[in-house]
Design a protein around this ligand. Structure first.
Ligand SMILES: [Zn+2]
Length: 104
């Protein structure tokens, strides 16, 4: 089973988490100005990389907070975990590390 380190609670088994799909999908500010194709792309088109993928996860069985994960889609290795609103780590710095949980 995959172990995921919630940035708020610490390491836990994957079954405490809910996968939320690709991270950093931003809703268009003015959806009415989009063509049908642009709106369809926003709703349905997602990356499907072989390698590092930025994903959203929610610690649904505990704190309920959302955060982002960089996970290798080939090995399932989690390369980085960062909070919503934080900058995604650069590819070169996506080493095997997981954050320390907060003490609050
Ligand atoms: Zn948590």
């Amino acid at each position: 089973m995959l172990q995921i380190t919630c940035p708020y609670c610490g390491p836990r088994d994957q079954d405490e988490f809910t996968f939320g799909g690709e991270a950093h999908i931003v809703r268009p500010l003015d959806p009415d100005s989009l063509s049908e194709r642009e709106w369809g792309d926003y709703l349905f088109m997602r990356e499907n990389p072989k390698g590092n993928h930025k994903e959203q996860w929610c610690h649904s069985a505990a704190c309920g907070k959302w955060f982002n994960v960089v996970r290798d889609t080939v090995t399932y290795e989690i390369k980085a975990i960062y909070k919503v609103g934080e900058q995604a780590p650069e590819e070169e710095t996506c080493k095997s590390h997981q954050p320390e949980p907060e003490n609050d």
